[in-house]
Ligand binder design. Structure first.
Ligand SMILES: C[S@@+](CC[C@H](N)C(=O)[O-])C[C@H]1O[C@@H](n2cnc3c(N)ncnc32)[C@H](O)[C@@H]1O
Length: 268
């Protein structure tokens, strides 16, 4: 697919993938190559900006608990550049529609009549576990998974959150943005009836060179993972046991880390 210049401009909402620069999609990399302006987040690997050779780069990265650039300003930037006739890439970590506020940005573009295209990305919700050697489903162990935000897990008594109900929805439970609230998440999960011996993994900086995984159970993971810092993926369920056999990335990491980005000029 070629991004086509338009009189009115266009916005590509592009998923950058979870961190490993090789996990952006071919279409996402092509959009970067065509971009006049790239507006990018903290979780999008900056190595990917090398694809956007001639673009103006705008960093709107957010730290946890802090919005560096208010969402309203990010939306205004998208509209301003697209309405000036530019090809704009909005580059977001993982998938733009998985806890990435991509939906809100698309709504604003739609309201303003600005054309937009969504380029899905590889979400950390599944790529994190995969790089830790944990399949989110498995024929013998789990036939379903739920991805939820752990951000509001402190409101365990708020029916709008209902963490106990969430814990009953699927065999495998995956929480993003949950590091700070890990003790609440595991407590709610046990209250929901999961055995305290259920295995849990917390994967920090998944798919990146410094990936670090802590494994425990619902009973002890909160203390074992005390030193884990965001960004991290929490995965709860029997599938975590497979890591003992399938921990491919961390065992071979020196050989696999920092693979060069795909050279798209070879194939476009
Ligand atoms: C605002 S959400 C964005 C999720 C993103 N759109 C996705 O699909 O992966 C940010 C959360 O995603 C998770 N996350 C994103 N990248 C990660 C990474 N490389 N390692 C671990 N967790 C990550 C963390 O839970 C982090 O707090």
């Amino acid at each position: 697919m070629k991004a086509t210049p338009s009189d009115r401009g266009i916005v590509y909402l592009v998923g950058a993938g979870p961190g490993d620069p090789g996990l952006i999609t071919v279409r996402g990399a092509e959009c970067l190559q065509q971009a006049d302006v790239v507006i990018y987040d903290r979780l999008a690997n900056p190595a990917l900006l090398a694809y956007a050779g001639h673009a103006q780069l705008i960093d709107v990265g957010k730290e946890p608990e802090r919005h560096a650039v208010p969402q309203s300003r990010i939306t205004a930037l998208l509209l301003e550049h697209a309405q000036a006739g530019k090809i704009v890439v909005r580059l977001k970590g993982g998938d733009p529609f998985v806890f990435g506020r991509g939906g809100e940005e698309a709504e604003a573009l739609s309201l303003a009549g600005v054309p937009f295209v969504v380029v899905p990305g590889v979400s950390s919700a599944v790529a994190g576990p995969a790089y830790a050697g944990i399949p989110v489903t498995h024929r013998d162990l789990a036939c379903s998974f739920t991805v939820a935000t752990g951000h509001r897990a402190s409101c365990v008594d708020d029916p709008a959150c209902d963490w106990r109900r969430l814990a009953r929805t699927s065999d495998t439970l995956i929480y993003l943005m949950g590091v700070r609230n890990l003790p609440h998440i595991v407590a709610a999960t046990v209250e929901a009836g999961r055995p305290p011996t259920t295995p849990v993994a917390v994967i920090q900086d998944a798919t990146c060179e410094g990936q670090r995984t802590v494994v425990g159970t619902l009973e002890n993971i909160a203390s074992l993972a005390e030193e884990i810092e965001p960004p991290a993926v929490i995965i709860i369920g029997e599938v975590v046991r497979l890591r003992e056999k399938l921990n491919w990335y961390e065992e071979q990491q020196p050989a696999l880390a920092c693979q060069p980005c795909l050279d798209l000029s070879e194939i476009s």
